[in-house]
Design a protein around this ligand. Sequence first.
Ligand SMILES: C[S@@+](CC[C@H](N)C(=O)[O-])C[C@H]1O[C@@H](n2cnc3c(N)ncnc32)[C@H](O)[C@@H]1O
Length: 312
Amino acid sequence: MSGWIHRSVLLQEVVEAFPFDGETPRLLIDGTLGNGGHSAALLHRYPPLRVLGIDRDEEALKRAAETLAFAADRVTMVHGNFSDLAQSLADYGAEHADGILLDIGVSSPQIDDPSRGFSWRAEGPLDMRMDRSVPETASRLLNRASEAELVRIFRDYGELRQAKKLAESILRTRQEKPFATTLDLVSLCDQVLGKSRPGQLPAPTLVFQALRIAVNHELDELQEALSAAMKVLNPGGRLAVISFHSLEDRIVKHFFREEAASCVCPPGLPVCVCGKKSTLKIITPHAITAGEDEKSANRRAACAKLRIAEKI
Ligand SMILES: C[S@@+](CC[C@H](N)C(=O)[O-])C[C@H]1O[C@@H](n2cnc3c(N)ncnc32)[C@H](O)[C@@H]1O
């Protein structure tokens, strides 16, 4: 499986997010093991650390096994979804973890492999599943979804202004020929959405992003994983999340704020009646972003945002 390249974003910042110094054995759940880059750095830095690594992509787990071979006895890998992290932890034989890392989205080897259908720049099957064992590919979704569902996907997940126009054309086009390849969709985007203006993201980027989020239920998975993380983190344990677009970052930011809030009574009440206690301490009031050096070495790092919070 050699030949792949993936640079882990904000690598040093992630290592520093987890202060695992000392001899005590700690357990980190890496919910997005990917190619194992972040876990490898943490395992090197903290020799007593153990990692429960989860990924929904079996190909990614094979790459991670190569990267983490140096610490194979300290790593357990699970093919699954990070929203099921509490179950994965129970299957591993533990109730609590000392840290949880989520580096969400897709990795470079996934994007660069045309057979996965994530990139609109290369011809391939319109697949986009991170987990190839689930039945619904992007082409199946495009060929079966109602107009209203497609409008919602393109508007909510792609923030596309012409969502309705695109959805209508998809319904007309698929009556003649079902969508099968990435280029089928790219050529429709070109016809319907036209060329993007300078400084704007190319329209297929937004359309592919929206479909990928829908196919993989990415926002729901994230929301569920954050709630699950609160149940299994030990007090003092940290949750670090790297996101790559505003929809995900908003979910993380709001979740952290809600968990950190100590009272949600309407303003003006003389005493607190809600009884809400803070469950998280926010470590990063503003998201950490990549420096200029990292951004020029790795284009993906440009939109990465890292937020860290600690369980109280
Ligand atoms: C950006 S990569 C992670 C890279 C990794 N941190 C590294 O340093 O090599 C994201 C990975 O998360 C996986 N992934 C995305 N959503 C997931 C989910 N809901 N459950 C489990 N894995 C997921 C993807 O398959 C991909 O391999």
